[in-house]
Design a protein around this ligand. Structure first.
Ligand SMILES: [Cu+2]
Length: 391
């Protein structure tokens, strides 16, 4: 199926979907969640998002003006009718997708490093904007704009006080820019458009230490962000943080038909990416997640960790944790550093605490193994991580 984005129009938000309530009942009652997920890839699976007639009707009734009449008539499913089974049918091969969601977790771009005569470290980065169609789930396409061929863009990393030198090349069809969060001069703030085929340099001293962002800042801003032009910018403190297994998670979403309602939710863009490939952790090893939210169209997104709590450092700018909790919600542009350690092996789920978001792709699990254990990859999250089915 192919969804071509129409010019943005944002009709009023639709009423709550019956599917949300259905999912929540299953989810919160500890009913056979495993059975629900275990049906991935089976087209006839009785998943809630596409089989509830009232839900499909709601999708038809609220479909955006100008959208494909074929979709409304049912010749192909509307994005609103994308089923959980479709989104969970498997991961698109990296060679087709163009990037590897597993690699995005730990792929830090520290730039090309040189030392200036003053002793300051200079880091040179290159970011290329491209227009490209990406297949987020098998058969589900999205006309994206990307930085360096991936969503989110490369995770730029520097140390406080380094000279950051970014060459931005716009190979796309529309004007774009890069606006960095953090402290820098006004003329490096990324509000000026870089025309198609043009390029420019952004240069500033990295700071303050913390978890920052960058994104395109050209109007209409929501389209430039919705299409994928954003990334994580980590500024490490001069005194390094303590060693940990570090992971980057960008909470994001995709409105496939421009009707003002997100159709897919994820971390690092691919629905159920870390359901299909649980993230391996080790008992006793500290984990540090750089968590950011660039979800548009919904006022908040959230992260919930199962069977554990984390220390929360808002924006990662201060040395002391702000909270000790198991759930955090972030509005668009907000980010936090999360630190935790598992003390027992097993599979532990993590997901948005909004059931609709989980059902549309934003969930996964950690596979926690004993130190030194030689355990083969388990494939998709096991039933045990999803809750024990009740008789
Ligand atoms: Cu842009």
């Amino acid at each position: 199926m192919q969804y071509n984005r129409a010019p943005h129009s944002h009709p009023g938000r639709t009423p709550g979907l019956p599917a949300r309530r259905w999912f929540w009942i299953v989810f919160s009652c500890g009913a056979p969640f495993a059975a629900l997920f275990g049906l991935a890839g089976i087209p006839s699976a009785p998943v809630a998002l596409s089989t509830d007639p009232a839900h499909i009707m709601a999708g038809m009734m609220t479909h955006a003006p100008g959208a494909s009449s074929a979709a409304v008539l049912g010749a192909s499913p509307t994005p609103r009718a994308l089923s959980m089974a479709q989104l969970m049918a498997g991961r698109v091969p990296t060679s087709t997708l163009g990037f590897d969601p597993d690699a995005l977790l730990t792929d830090f771009d520290r730039g090309q490093v040189t030392r200036l005569p003053t002793g300051q470290i200079r880091r040179d980065y290159t970011i290329v904007e491209r227009d490209q169609r990406i297949e987020l789930a098998p058969g589900v396409f999205f006309d994206a704009w990307t930085y360096n061929g991936r969503i989110p863009g490369p995770t730029l990393r520097a140390t406080e006080g380094d000279l950051v030198h970014v060459t931005f090349i716009n190979t796309g069809s529309a004007p774009h820019s890069i606006h960095f969060h953090g402290i820098h001069p006004a003329d490096q703030d990324g509000l000026e458009a870089v025309a198609p085929g043009a390029q420019r340099v952004y240069e500033f001293t990295a700071g303050p230490a913390g978890l920052h962002l960058y994104h395109c800042h050209i109007e209409p801003l929501e389209e430039h962000i919705d299409r994928g032009l954003y990334g994580v910018f980590i500024v490490d403190p001069r005194v390094p943080r303590k060693p940990a297994q570090e992971l980057v998670m960008m909470m994001n979403a995709f409105d496939l038909d421009s009707d003002g309602e997100n159709d897919i939710y994820a971390v690092n863009s691919v629905p159920f990416a870390y359901y299909h490939h649980p993230i391996p952790l080790t008992v006793g090893t500290k984990v540090r997640i750089y968590l950011a939210n660039m979800t548009d169209l919904d006022p908040i997104n959230s992260f919930h960790l199962h069977a554990n709590l984390f220390r929360l450092f808002r924006t990662g700018t201060l040395g002391q944790p702000d909270e000790y909790t198991d759930t955090v919600m972030l509005s668009q542009g907000e980010r936090s550093v999360l630190e935790f350690t598992y003390t027992m092996p097993g599979e532990y789920m993590f997901h948005a605490h909004q059931p609709e978001f989980s059902a549309k792709g934003w969930m996964g699990c950690f596979s926690v193994r004993a130190a030194g254990a030689n355990v083969a990859p388990t494939g998709a999250c096991s039933a045990g991580a999803m809750g024990t089915p009740t008789p």
